[in-house]
Design a binder for this molecule. Structure first.
Ligand SMILES: *[C@@H]1O[C@H](CO)[C@@H](O)[C@H](O)[C@H]1NC(C)=O
Ligand SMILES: *[C@@H]1O[C@H](CO)[C@@H](O)[C@H](O)[C@H]1NC(C)=O
Ligand SMILES: *[C@@H]1O[C@H](CO)[C@@H](O)[C@H](O)[C@H]1NC(C)=O
Ligand SMILES: *[C@@H]1O[C@H](CO)[C@@H](O)[C@H](O)[C@H]1NC(C)=O
Ligand SMILES: CC(=O)N[C@H]1CO[C@H](CO)[C@@H](O)[C@@H]1O
Length: 620
């Protein structure tokens, strides 16, 4: 008897004794801006709160909201304690099924976060307050996320006169806006470790919508394979930062892990192993996972370069060589990293197979954007391949740069025709990386700006960028000198660092504004116009994975990806310094939800928010 009662007795002490175990420290808000640790003994009248609760609304301008809302933000001074079991979500129950299911999934994700912050059990009846959430979308039939989707929302929080019911009203045009509203709401809730309860800011008004349409992260899953769980976690991270694009670079010359309907040879020859394949069902699962999280998958099938293993079965199938320069030695004469490989662009079977690949992919990733690759074509590979140079000679194509670019132009246009034929959306836009073809002297000759968008990976102040935007191209900024997340590691061929060193710090990423970059090259009126008409589509940080896999990607992606997330959602006039506390808080929130994001500072800096700053620049 004694022993069986002992644990119960202990439990009562812990629950009832929460106050008694309170630390000697508590937190107060200084100047409506910074949370700071103070001794409980120094606050004889009380008034301190746990740090996470302090951060909710200490800063009256925006609390810890991340990314910054772009419209009005009013946060009340008070919070209401509650338990996750007393939250209801309604408003969408009568919507058409596709949209209703998205709302249901988003509601489940939201309550999942709350349950993680404060698992059920051991509730104190004093805090049995209700949180009633009403989430609505005036367009109750849109279940596709496209570049034209309205992602705006408003959020209003009110508290009843008796203080026992908090009402959250989220209204949006589409589901995708409403889910952003739920994300914002989740950032107005924190765990109160003193009372072992959740606290919600009980009065607020927020009006919000994104500045850029395309807010993405790119992940290559070919140099090294990533499990479905890892890809889902990347999507989770995107959703916490209101980023809406996962650019999935599925295959490359190293491996071909993607199942193509009706062509098992691609993975049989190209996958690293039979366990390292994305089946059609796997890819469908990713699309379905991403949608209620407000994320669209933009798949990339790269060509004519970045194609190698997986294509070597052409001769045995009577189709001739489908790739050239495969695994050539020494690699550095024929490509930019081993193994080499480029599609045999003078073989018509290559176009037929591209059509089959696009049809297979668009059966899964059906949307308005498809990435066609197009980067890093190595001219010497083609120039030293007899089959290619013979064809060029017979067709009167010169083997100088103009001749090779015309060959690339014709490859791109034939591939684009196959893409349009494979798509149910005849307005599908093909995205291309910057390359020789997108240089100023060639681009308008070969690429129609209504059919293609350009993903820019050249350096930030490259002269082609403003020229392209002036000429009407829609652009996505992924400049390697700011937005490549793999830079700064050891080299993997030879010694020293990788080519794009140094490491790109979050501050650099945060300050990388497409509007600013274009305005610097032209003027702010021109940049406003380019934003309004969608030529400044947005940006994307990219993780190339020669040196990353399931074990090593989260700390490369986060929290730096979040810095880009705020830049693209809010594009604030202010720079990184004004975002630092929220970046740190947001990073902590991501970690609490299971993302292994890199640490940014000693924890001390969160406890004394105005103490960690750099010395003034020399001479100031
Ligand atoms: C869904 O939208 C249609 C068209 O706006 C509207 O007529 C209908 O009442 C809406 N349904 C619900 C349940 O709100
Ligand atoms: C291709 O090779 C020919 C003959 O060696 C050379 O003259 C030409 O400059 C090369 N083309 C390119 C684009 O390098
Ligand atoms: C503006 O662009 C030029 C190059 O065109 C660059 O050197 C300069 O640093 C830019 N200014 C700022 C403030 O970034
Ligand atoms: C702003 O830049 C655009 C694009 O280069 C140009 O057409 C326009 O004349 C410029 N306006 C001013 C006031 O300089
Ligand atoms: C476009 C074009 O002229 N294509 C020709 C190039 O040369 C080959 C023979 O090597 C012909 O079959 C093509 O029709």
């Amino acid at each position: 008897m004694y022993h069986s009662q002992f644990p119960i007795f202990l439990l009562l002490v812990v629950v009832g004794g929460g106050q008694a175990q309170t630390s000697v420290w508590t937190y107060t808000c200084l100047n409506e801006k910074h949370c700071q640790r103070v001794a409980v003994a120094d606050l004889p009248g009380g008034g301190g709160v746990p740090l996470d609760v302090c951060k909710l609304n200490c800063n009256k301008a925006h609390g810890s909201l991340f990314p910054l809302p772009t419209g009005q933000v009013t946060l009340g001074p008070n919070t209401t304690p509650f338990y996750p079991g007393y939250v209801t979500l309604s408003g969408y129950d009568a919507y058409p099924i596709a949209v209703r299911e998205l709302f249901r999934a988003a509601a489940g994700i939201f309550t999942g976060h709350l349950n993680k912050m404060r698992p059920p059990g051991g509730e104190n009846p004093i805090y049995w307050n209700r949180v009633d959430i009403r989430a609505t979308a005036s367009d109750n039939s849109t279940s596709m996320l496209t570049l034209g989707t309205d992602e705006s929302y408003t959020l209003a929080l009110t508290v009843s006169a008796d203080g026992k019911t908090v009402t959250a009203d989220i209204s949006a045009v589409t589901f995708f806006g409403a889910r952003h509203g739920l994300e914002t709401l989740s950032q107005l809730i924190a765990y109160d470790e003193d009372l072992d309860v959740l606290q919600i800011v009980n009065t607020a008004n927020i009006v919000d919508k994104p500045v850029y349409l395309y807010r993405g992260l790119g992940l290559d899953t070919s140099r090294n394979f990533f499990s479905l769980d890892s890809i889902k976690k990347v999507i989770d991270g995107l959703s916490y930062n209101k980023m809406n694009i996962f650019h999935w670079l599925i295959s490359n010359s190293q491996s071909f892990p993607m199942e193509v309907a009706g062509r098992p040879q691609f993975t049989a020859y190209g996958a690293y192993s039979k366990n390292k394949i994305y089946s059609l069902a796997n890819m469908r699962e990713i699309v379905a996972y991403a949608k209620p999280r407000g994320v669209k998958i933009v798949p990339e099938f790269n060509g004519p370069s970045h194609a190698g293993f997986g294509w070597e079965w052409g001769p045995s199938a009577g189709m001739g060589n489908l790739v050239v320069c495969l695994n050539a030695d020494p690699w550095y004469d024929y490509c930019l990293e081993p193994p080499c490989g480029q599609l045999n662009i003078v073989n018509n079977y290559v176009y037929e197979l591209l059509g089959e690949i696009y049809t297979s992919m668009l059966g899964i990733f059906d949307n308005d954007l498809f990435h066609m690759g197009g980067d890093e074509v190595h001219m010497n590979c083609y120039n030293t391949t007899k089959e290619i140079t013979d064809w060029m000679a017979e067709n009167g194509t010169s083997t100088d740069m103009d001749g090779f670019v015309s060959l690339l132009g014709s490859f791109t246009s034939k591939a684009h025709d196959k893409l349009v034929a494979a798509s149910s959306n005849k307005d599908i836009t093909g995205i291309l990386w910057t390359s020789e073809l997108t240089h100023r002297e060639y681009i308008s000759q070969y690429l129609d700006p209504t059919k293609y968008a350009i993903q820019i990976w050249t350096e930030t102040f490259h002269a082609d960028t403003p020229a392209m935007i002036n000429d009407g191209y829609r652009v996505i900024f992924s400049n390697y000198d700011a937005l490549y997340l793999d830079c700064g590691l050891s080299a993997w061929v030879g010694t020293g660092h990788t080519w794009c060193s140094p490491y790109k710090e979050w501050q650099l990423i945060y300050d990388h504004s497409p509007h600013f970059i274009y305005a610097n090259a032209t003027n702010s009126t021109a940049a406003d116009e380019a934003l309004a008409d969608g030529r400044l589509l947005g940006g994307e940080a990219v993780l190339w994975v020669e040196q990353a896999d399931d074990q090593a990607y989260e700390s490369r992606l986060w929290p730096r990806g979040a810095a880009l997330g705020e830049r693209l959602w809010s594009d604030p006039m202010t720079g990184w310094a004004d975002a630092e506390h929220r970046m740190v808080t947001n990073r902590g929130r991501m970690v609490a939800r299971g993302i292994r994001a890199d640490q940014m500072q000693p924890e001390y800096c969160s406890m004394y928010q105005n103490k960690c700053y750099g010395p003034p620049p020399p001479g100031k």
